[in-house]
Design a protein. Structure first.
Length: 244
């Protein structure tokens, strides 16, 4: 009955969810049967293409847009949760930032050269079209790479840390570049909004350290309070007991 319903032109939401849940449950099992040679992320992508509207058509995006947005958000959330901010400020982070900037410049020059040589019609859009394609070419998907690294046990190795640093910069860099270069507002307004966002992020990141430091200081003060009354009582008792 599920197959018959899937073959109909209007695939229902229930049928789409059935195939999505089935693939999400079967893919990790097949990955374990292959002894990890085929990561479950690769199986999920492959099965998604097979059941999608461009192949068998057993699942459709209609009605599950919220689910797809939630899944994409969870990928970014997990990637950010596993990322150590110290990694970006260290040598791997600096190398990743320099590599991404060089890659962006190379991609921008290559796109402009190809568009001019082949007369692709991008000249009308000019800078906006060139930089948009260049940003797309330098974007990464750390949320997709992270499960593969963890499954292979490479997340805490030197290679894994390098991949994490380059992947994080490859996700943050395009977002910052798009917010500055492809914004519909003025460039100055985009810079102000971006600076405010960075300041808010820094305040949120510093809040746990500030609260823990304040709790330690208050704990030391409260530990000194019982000592002072006790010393006062001892002094008063010694004065009272001394002979006149």
């Amino acid at each position: 009955m599920i197959l018959a319903e899937s073959a109909s032109p209007d695939t229902s939401v229930i049928v789409s969810l059935f195939w999505i849940v089935l693939i999400a449950a079967v893919s990790p099992l097949l990955s374990k049967l292959s002894r990890g040679y085929v990561p479950d992320a690769v199986l999920l992508l492959g099965f998604g293409i097979i059941i999608g509207p461009h192949a068998l058509g057993w699942a459709d995006r209609t009605g599950i847009d919220m689910l797809s947005q939630l899944g994409l958000g969870m990928l970014f959330l997990l990637a950010g949760y596993e990322l150590d901010p110290k990694l970006l400020s260290g040598r791997p982070g600096r190398v990743a930032q320099a590599s991404w900037l060089v890659s962006l410049l190379i991609a921008w020059g290559s796109v402009a050269l190809v568009a001019t040589t082949l007369a692709l019609g991008l000249g009308e859009a000019g800078f906006t079209a060139h930089i948009a394609i260049a940003i797309t070419l330098t974007s990464t998907a750390l949320g997709t790479l992270l499960p593969i690294l963890k499954q292979a046990g490479l997340d805490n190795t030197r290679l894994g840390r390098a991949v994490m640093a380059h992947g994080a910069v490859g996700e943050l860099g395009p977002v910052l570049a798009m917010s500055l270069l492809l914004t519909s507002r003025s460039f100055g307004g985009a810079v102000i909004v971006l600076v405010l966002f960075v300041l808010a992020a820094l305040l949120i990141a510093a809040a746990p350290n500030a609260s823990s430091r304040a709790s330690r200081v208050s704990g030391r003060r409260s530990a000194r309070w019982p000592v002072e009354p006790c010393s006062c009582r001892c002094a008063s008792s010694s004065c009272c007991s001394s002979p006149s």
